[in-house]
Design a binder for this molecule. Sequence first.
Ligand code: GUN
Length: 299
Amino acid sequence: MAEIIDGKAVAADVVETVKQATAKLLADKGVVPGLAVVIVGEDPASQIYVSSKSKMAKECGFHSVQHTLAAETREDTLLDLIGKLNADPAIHGILVQLPLPGHIEEGKVIQAIAPEKDVDGFSFVNVGKLGTGEMATAFVPCTPAGSMILLERARGRDLSGLNAVVVGRSNIVGKPMANLLLAANCTVTIAHSRTRDLPALCRTADILIAAVGRPQMIRGDWIKQGATVIDVGINRIPAPEKGEDKTRVVGDVAFDEAMETAGAITPVPRGVGPMTIAMLMANTLTSACRSAGVEPPRL
Ligand code: GUN
């Protein structure tokens, strides 16, 4: 039976480190980390994510501001707001919740965020820094950064020479995850919907990252004996056993099957999910530390 990697506990540990470093930053330098979260429109899932980000920021002792804009907000109005936040010295991190309404060009908005406040790590500058190893000034996207911490807690910090397969090639998870694993000296393969014989490829993985967004797609017999499995998927499926119209959340991995072969695995929920918010806090603190000229804490 696999070890279950407790993402909720690791996230709580990261948040505790952030809280302590935040208190020290205030005591030593008089700086309070500031996070601005921007949401456009009324997508219910996005609203839940955004309010939990703002709430966690307050809990960490941050200056936390939320800008809720109407769905029909014009692109240039949003760009003006980003310009003001870029110029505001009390704000160290800016997050614009995605997806944005169709009439707003997402790429344009992301690139408008000052790279040194881009705590999502989505701007060209931060993507380039991650790709070239300029980690001292980069921001790494929160979900892959959190997945890396879970991996290191499960396997130790030395991942050198391990075969890693990343299933999924998104800009938010798959590609940055592959870059992080490569920087950690893994032999990395990125698989996607056109990959031939995906089960056979997955069986070569000492580290398997599932980030496809398809419920329970990765089966137990695709997993190498003893592999570490990080399940990034958050999929809602019908759960008739809980009653009519009820749903439950599952990952991209068939968890019960995977438990038989994996060495360690993240559950869904309580796996990668809580790490994403914790890493947003860590990135915001890092930004404030950099602006104050102090070393951010090691996580
Ligand atoms: N929407 C879903 N995940 C994310 C994320 O990590 N950052 C932002 N900004 N929006 C998201």
